[in-house]
Design a protein. Sequence first.
Length: 79
Amino acid sequence: MNPLFVYIGMTVLNTFIAHNVKFTINEKPYVIIQWMNDYMFNSWIGNEYVSSTLVGLTILGIWFVVAYFLYQKKIFIKL
C-alpha cells in the first residue's frame, strides 16, 4: 500500500546512508553494504556474485518488513 514510500526510502537510504556512513574494522575502512557483503555472506559462501545478490535480497527483505508493519498498523503514506 506504500510502494512509492518504500521505493524512495530504499533509494535515499542506499544513496546517503549505505554509501556515506563509513567505519573501520581492524584498520580497514568499510561502508555498510561492503561490510554486509564481506562478513555476513562472502565469508561463508565464497562467491562474490552470490553474496552480493544475498545482500540485495536482505535489504529488500528489510523493506518488505517495513512495508508490512506499515500495512498492519494501517499507516498509508501519500507522497
